[in-house]
Design a protein around this ligand. Sequence first.
Ligand SMILES: Cc1cc2nc3c(=O)[nH]c(=O)nc-3n(C[C@H](O)[C@H](O)[C@H](O)COP(=O)(O)O)c2cc1C
Length: 269
Amino acid sequence: MQHEGTRTIESYAHRKNEHQPRSGLSSTSQILKNTWESVGPPFAVPIVHRTLRYCQITVQLYCATVSTKEENIMDFFEAVKARHSIRAFQSRPVEEEKVNRIIETVNLAPSAGDLQAYEIVVVKDSRRKNELVRAAGGQSFISEAPVCLVFLAYPERSSRKYGRRGSELYCLQDATIVTAYAQLAATALGLASTWVGAFDEEAVAKVVEAPKNKRPIAILPIGYAAETPDVTQRRRISEIVCSETSGAPYPSFSFTDESYKRPTWEPRP
Ligand SMILES: Cc1cc2nc3c(=O)[nH]c(=O)nc-3n(C[C@H](O)[C@H](O)[C@H](O)COP(=O)(O)O)c2cc1C
């Protein structure tokens, strides 16, 4: 019998096929050829560039979806590029082995003083996931995901060694780093997620029965994607990277790989 999730992912891949990769690429090359011939190189170059970029992103997303089925593991750079916030999940369960793979990966993340001032709660229970939805202002995709990881910072653990810096900063950084690692590990395993930070902390703590000395900092719903994500924008590199001093231009940057380019905010919000 065909697995429900397999059927869904196949229809998802099929749906994407209708729009993009195989026939899509050949019709795209025809469009590019026509563009080149009709408007000439000076005008065609930016159009061709944008079109190729669009194809590249689409193929990447397609590959990420297919790799899920074939159990391929992506390398680091592929995973970074393939990660997008996904807010719709299939009902297909997440394999226990993949959850364990995520856990063993985040365990290798750096932490201040190697204290690992965090805790990760794995939530699969539907009732609890529904409560997380309520605590997060009704973000219903949380309960669609078969697994949610709730990341708690553990201020006391860090403050014992580092005082206020530990309780106000390091524990938050420790917990944040593991959340980011978990997102990338999930992507590398063909899974999808969204970092959820908009929630009532007390309510989330109550859902996972966290004691007062542990602070929820993120919820990560994880599952198999059931949507094609938006390609999100990024600030210009020149706005976020400086040379030597804050605010000073960093002229040496240029993309080494065009596929890392994203549409930029225009105007900057
Ligand atoms: C600290 C933080 C909090 C976030 N909170 C939410 C949230 O509550 N709900 C949500 O849908 N997305 C949330 N996001 C996801 C961002 O909206 C998303 O990362 C951003 O729009 C960029 O899109 P991308 O992840 O697809 O690159 C959060 C991301 C971060 C890092």
